[in-house]
Design a protein around this ligand. Structure first.
Ligand SMILES: NC(=O)c1ccc[n+]([C@@H]2O[C@H](COP(=O)([O-])OP(=O)(O)OC[C@H]3O[C@@H](n4cnc5c(N)ncnc54)[C@H](O)[C@@H]3O)[C@@H](O)[C@H]2O)c1
Length: 397
């Protein structure tokens, strides 16, 4: 059967209370999924396919289902309603397109595709065929995110005005990244990661929360640069390792966003409203505390105006099955939400349109789109001190 044709695959029927899923690509990230899928009894892991058969074999050995020997076998199986695309980013478009053409619903790891035209084509294809298409990250389903979003929605801080969001991972070039292994011993694919860059790998983790909370981005500017390129032993393709973005949302709130592999780790999110401030220390921890600081009345010459932080009760219990790693990413929740949507005949929260918007903004950030002005000196350069004297040890005491 040729799946790359315009032949319409028919959306598989979902019968009963469960949805059959298959994992395509069983590398490093697949362990995050496999380990957390038992949280969702309505999702049935029917098996896995990987171009490296051994990887699919270890995946099903650990997490269930059967090995599929080739991709066509996946596409031809009527019991598989959802393809979970965990291939490298360069393969996302091709694998997702083939699956949609075969009539499968698709949940893809981020990004949906490498370019906006490709992603738009996938979204249109899914829409035309009545198929669901969704994409990671799904940390917006974490109990921290849900607690934060509920607090904003309940007006606990009044109207959100300003957000400070960071996804700075620490200086990757100085970490022992060649030694990182998943639970099944799959090495962390650092070459792919640094070629894709910190923005395409990580922007979605903050953007998905921000768009869910504040609506779509309507104006933005961004600047990127490569600061630690010389620290990599292999000089392959390197994307920028610093990105600073300024976003304005439909509701009027603005955000300064920092993403990178240079600054020490900071994965925090602070939402400043006109009645208080909400913050989460680490958006990669599903159970990171959500703190509220309300406005208080003060007097005298003080710049204090916020009460002591109070920890909000979580609006949801912790997940039972978690992937014990440095982070707790709620990965299976996106697949589970899509499966629920399928059973109910609805769209998932992370709809194709939502994911396309997140990708669009991620690409704009990654390309550093925005106005960077040159700053010509207003005086001749020899009238500017070269460096502050203390830096040369010449400072008089
Ligand atoms: N590495 C991480 O920490 C991490 C975390 C979250 C999400 N992700 C995302 O998960 C996705 C996969 O990343 P990874 O780290 O698991 O990469 P990986 O390289 O470890 O795994 C990818 C797997 O896909 C297989 N593969 C390649 N082409 C294929 C094809 N056409 N059909 C079937 N299998 C194919 C490879 O053999 C490999 O086993 C990426 O989108 C990445 O952005 C990665």
């Amino acid at each position: 059967m040729t799946h790359d044709s315009e032949q319409a695959g028919r959306a598989p029927e979902t019968s009963g209370d469960t949805v059959g899923v298959v994992f395509v690509g069983c590398g490093y990230a697949a362990d995050f999924y496999g380990a957390t899928m038992p949280n969702y009894p309505h999702v049935e892991v029917r098996g896995a396919f990987d171009v490296v058969r051994e990887r699919a074999a270890t995946f099903v050995g650990e997490y269930g289902g059967r090995v599929f020997d080739d991709f066509d076998e996946v596409l031809d199986d009527p019991d598989l309603a959802v393809v979970v695309n965990l291939t490298p980013v360069s393969q996302h478009y091709r694998v997702t397109r083939a699956a949609l053409l075969a009539g499968k619903h698709v949940y893809s790891e981020k990004p949906l595709a490498s370019t906006l035209p490709e992603a738009t084509e996938l979204v249109e294809l899914a829409r035309e065929r009545g198929l669901l298409l969704s994409s990671a990250p799904s940390t917006v389903f974490s109990r921290s995110a849900r607690t934060l979003l509920r607090a904003v929605g309940d007006g606990r801080i009044g109207r959100p005005r300003l957000v400070h969001a960071s996804l700075d991972m620490g200086a990757l070039a100085f970490m022992p990244y060649t030694q990182w292994r998943s639970r099944r011993g799959v090495p962390w694919p650092y070459r792919d990661e640094v070629a894709n860059g910190c923005v395409m790998e990580h922007a979605g983790y903050q953007l998905s929360w921000l768009v869910a909370m504040l609506g779509p981005v309507v104006r933005m500017a961004a600047h990127t640069s490569l600061q630690l390129g010389g620290e990599w032993p292999e000089q392959g393709e390197l994307a920028p390792d610093v990105c600073l973005g300024f976003l304005e949302f439909a509701g009027g709130a603005v955000c300064r966003l920092s993403i990178g592999w240079v600054a020490p780790a900071d994965l925090s999110l602070t939402v400043i409203g006109d009645r208080g401030v909400l913050s989460v220390g680490d958006v990669w921890q599903a159970s990171a505390p959500v703190m509220l600081r309300r406005h208080v009345r003060t007097s005298g010459k003080t710049n204090a105006y916020l009460a002591e932080p109070e920890r909000l009760p979580f609006v949801a219990p912790p997940a039972r099955y978690r992937y014990a790693d440095t982070h707790d990413l709620t990965v299976g929740a996106g697949v589970a939400d899509m499966a629920s949507a399928l059973l109910k005949g609805e769209q998932p929260f992370l709809s194709a349109d939502f994911c396309l918007h997140v990708l669009d903004v991620s690409l704009r950030l990654s390309e550093g789109r925005g106005v960077m002005e040159d700053v010509p000196l207003a005086v001749p350069s020899d009238r500017m001190p070269a460096v502050f004297p203390v830096l040369t040890g010449a400072a008089a005491t």
